[in-house]
Design a protein around this ligand. Structure first.
Ligand code: GLU
Length: 442
């Protein structure tokens, strides 16, 4: 069977790392099965959805390495929803209701006071044509509810095994608002049928929607896809991630210089049996991750993990992988990469190290080391230099001055690089070269 999945964000804000979880899990599944990946902008909420947010979502996905084969916008597919609406009305599954929010609220309160569940009482089903005409003459417009079967809907979830949603415990859902616009449910179902979606992979907050959606799909005569509901990414103490969590917005993480792979690994492997560690690329994660690996508890994550993971990815990155990005920064230099990549926290830190190598740097030494550094300058061997030069030079200085350990190395490091820490000097020294080294020593 050919596989087709969809990722369906609402373009009403910036995506954060938690929204990347379904985006990635769908992508892995498509990669693994050679399937299609559809990006569906759920933009039926005209007030809150914007084209800018939709464009930003596409940019965020592209940055992660997700390139949808097809992009659709629900705002351009209203005809399909209208046709489905009319079929449901004709078959008696969609019925007009005239209650105001206040009326519904009062009824819910009354039900609670009587110890009954606050479920919509279907009073609108009792209205006669005459009643409806009267209400419409008063200026009321109907919203439309789907008449649920009111029975257990059982489906086999690919992550959470068999699930039962009893629609008898739910209010008939409103599918169409008074102004004729659609809530999320009907467009989602109609698109899943129309686009031939085979697998719906989304957050577990949608499990009860799934019960309702299966009933609607069946009412429309569509094929029911397979469902996989994953745990949601939460903060360290279990709190939900909101779109307003600016620092974890994907666009912000990108601006902060994190590796897309680090974001992808953290977003998708937290809360699974796989460890959060470097992978070569998204395809390698897709190979390793099974639905069974995804745990059923919350996926608590610590944003601080991102820094460590990001650094590990850079420390393990080979030159061939880094090369195009180095070239773009103007530092296409393999010895430089080899010397410093194990010290990078963010890729762009390479700029600072390139500047340190190329100079000029601010001289940095204490007065009490000046004599020692002068001796060191005189002892610098002639070029050509390689990785053995540092060892030969410092052994000689040790003998000559009696200094050893930190007292020997630290003044040299500070004078040569202007920093107290950094890459191994045996790799840096040949890059700095003899002339600059002489200049940096007093
Ligand atoms: N727009 C919905 C959401 O963001 C899509 C849910 C679904 O995948 O069906 O929650």
């Amino acid at each position: 069977m050919s596989v087709r999945v969809r990722y369906a964000p609402s373009p009403t804000g910036r995506l954060h790392i938690g929204n990347m979880r379904p985006a990635l899990l769908n992508w892995y599944f498509a990669l693994k099965h050679g399937g299609d990946y559809v990006l569906r902008h759920d933009d039926t909420d005209m007030q809150r959805s914007t084209r800018e947010f939709a464009d930003l979502i596409e940019a965020d996905l592209a940055w992660l390495g997700i390139l949808p084969g097809m992009i659709v916008r629900q705002s351009e597919r209203t005809d399909l929803y209208d046709a489905a609406r009319d079929r449901l009305i004709a078959s008696g599954r969609l019925y007009p209701c005239y209650e105001t929010e206040d009326e519904l609220d009062r009824r819910r309160k009354r039900a609670r006071a009587l110890g009954r569940p606050p479920i919509y009482d279907r009073a609108a089903l009792q209205l006669t044509d005459e009643d409806r005409q009267k209400l419409e003459a008063e200026g009321r417009r109907p919203h439309w509810r789907f008449r649920l079967d009111g029975k257990p809907v059982v489906f086999s979830d690919l992550i959470r095994a068999e699930q039962t949603v009893n629609t008898a415990t739910m209010s008939d859902p409103v599918l169409v608002r008074e102004d004729g616009s659609y809530l999320y449910t009907l467009p989602s179902v109609v698109d899943d049928i129309d686009l031939g979606i085979t697998h719906v992979i989304r957050g577990e907050d949608h499990i009860s929607n799934t019960g309702v959606q299966i009933e609607i799909i069946e009412a429309l005569g569509g094929a029911v896809p397979q469902f996989a509901h994953h745990n949601l990414l939460t903060g360290a103490s279990g709190e939900g991630l909101s779109k307003r969590l600016g620092s974890l917005a994907v666009s912000q993480l990108r601006a902060d210089g994190y590796e897309p792979l680090a974001v992808a690994i953290l977003a998708s492997l937290t809360g699974t049996s796989l460890s959060v560690e470097p992978y070569l690329d998204l395809a390698a994660i897709a190979e390793a991750l099974e639905f069974e690996s995804i745990s059923h508890g919350p996926a608590r994550f610590d944003p601080a993990e991102l820094d460590g993971l990001n650094a590990r990815i850079l420390h393990e990155m080979d030159y061939a992988t880094a090369q195009p990005r180095l070239a773009a920064l103007g530092f296409d230099n393999e010895p430089l990469w080899s010397a410093v990549h194990q010290n990078l926290q963010r890729f762009d830190d390479i700029k600072a190290w390139a500047e340190i190598v190329e100079g000029p740097i601010d001289p940095d030494f204490d007065a009490e080391d000046e004599e020692f550094l002068r001796t060191a300058a005189e002892a610098l061997p002639p070029e050509p230099w390689d990785e053995t030069t540092w060892g030969a030079w410092t052994s000689q200085l040790k003998q000559q001055t009696g200094r050893k350990g930190k007292a020997l190395f630290m003044p040299l490091r500070r004078a040569l690089t202007g920093r107290t820490d950094g890459p191994e000097l045996k790799s840096l020294l040949p890059l700095i070269g003899r002339k600059a080294s002489v200049d940096r020593l007093p």
